[in-house]
Design a protein around this ligand. Structure first.
Ligand SMILES: [Ca+2]
Length: 115
């Protein structure tokens, strides 16, 4: 698993289905993983995932508890994703944002923001 990083109060532009991306042949989806850095526990985070190329889906995963703490498909308007969650003290370095598409075999450019 190749992991990228995104800090709080920043935006990353990347490509789903780009070189080195994870592809799961059982679901037909590409995935990009981001560890969220500079997290302050107890303060709500808002994550936005926008693309003009594909219908986005966004998951938030807590690697400490091994649980998904959030999922959104179209909460960001049109086919874009947006969700909020409040990081728990002690798990502030354990949160991952997982970028993928709603349907299979989708690729293209996107922006992910954490605020
Ligand atoms: Ca969507």
């Amino acid at each position: 698993m190749s992991t990228n990083y995104i800090g709080v109060n920043s935006t990353v532009s990347d490509q789903l289905g780009g070189y080195g991306d994870i592809y799961d042949p059982t679901t037909g989806h590409y995935y990009d993983f981001y560890q969220i850095t500079n997290v302050a526990p107890g303060y709500e985070l808002n994550i936005s995932l926008n693309s003009n190329n594909f219908d986005t889906s966004l998951y938030i995963y807590n690697a400490s508890t091994n649980e998904f703490v959030g999922y959104d498909d179209n909460g960001g308007g049109a086919t874009n994703s947006q969700l909020s969650f409040t990081p728990v003290f002690g798990d502030q370095d354990s949160y991952y944002a997982i970028v993928t598409s709603a349907g299979p075999s989708s690729t293209g450019y996107y922006d992910i923001s954490v605020y």
